[in-house]
Design a protein around this ligand. Structure first.
Ligand code: COA
Length: 215
């Protein structure tokens, strides 16, 4: 994830040990007692990465609990993002003086079923994907980038955002995307950002995306 964000955002990617790292008592309480082993492992890895990233901006020993909307509760003066998918987990943290929001996402590079593609992508985005035969995984890139858009939108605006509320354009050569929020959603959320920018990387097994809104 380091390659997708400016150097003034602290980024940490999980090592094997992080998946079994100890949680602080408050974090333990935030993790549902019914959490299955795989959920415990990804939660622990996310917290371990976040702890290291927070340390790099000078915050130590912060218990990273979750808000009602499941977003992590970052300490005052700091904002961040966590992502996990099978075999990959990362956290990114920035100082609020410089970073209004940061969003990161990782997904397996899968070929999504038709109904899921249509849920995520607008018709014009599906048409763009259809022009890339043999690269049926592009909808997974749209999915990942739109998860980043939600992780940027949510802490700034504080409301829900549908997949069809964001129209993405992708610059394949630059590994960059731009998300333009639709007029209907903007009419309901005056003052919300209209455009988000981010970067992405596609490897055979993994799609990674990230974006930042500067303060
Ligand atoms: C919340 C959501 C974005 C998480 O994405 P995901 O690909 O399922 O999962 P990831 O592993 O990448 O991210 C999970 C982490 O995101 C963070 N997260 C959860 N809700 C969040 C929110 N509202 N805002 C910011 N971060 C959030 C948490 O840290 C979570 O990990 P944790 O529970 O271990 O702390 C997704 O589940 C979701 O609800 N999406 C629907 C909304 C959306 O994407 N709209 C598209 C708009 S264009």
């Amino acid at each position: 994830m380091r390659d997708l964000l400016p150097e003034w955002v602290a980024v940490e990617v999980a090592e094997e040990d992080d998946y079994t790292a100890a949680l602080l008592p408050e974090e333990e309480a935030a993790l549902s007692a019914r959490a299955v082993a795989s959920r415990r492992r990804e939660f622990a890895a996310g917290r371990a990465c976040a702890r290291r990233a927070l340390g790099r901006v000078g915050v130590h020993g912060w218990p990273l609990t979750s808000a009602e909307n499941r977003a992590p509760r970052w300490p005052d003066g700091v904002t961040g993002s966590i992502t996990h998918t099978a075999g990959y987990c990362a956290a990114a943290v920035g100082l609020s003086a410089r970073v209004q929001a940061v969003g990161i996402d990782a997904e397996r590079r899968t070929i999504l079923p038709q109904n899921i593609r249509a849920t995520i992508c607008l018709p014009e985005e599906l048409a763009w994907c259809a022009q890339r035969p043999g690269e049926d995984w592009w909808p997974a890139v749209f999915f990942s980038a739109k998860e980043v858009v939600y992780k940027l939108w949510s802490p700034i605006v504080g409301t829900w955002l549908d997949f069809h509320d964001a129209h993405l354009t992708i610059d394949v050569e630059a590994g960059a995307f731009e998300a333009r929020i639709g007029a209907k959603r903007l009419a309901r959320t005056p003052g919300a950002p209209e455009v988000f920018q981010g970067r992405f990387h596609v490897a055979p097994g993994l799609v990674r995306s990230a974006g930042v809104v500067t303060a």
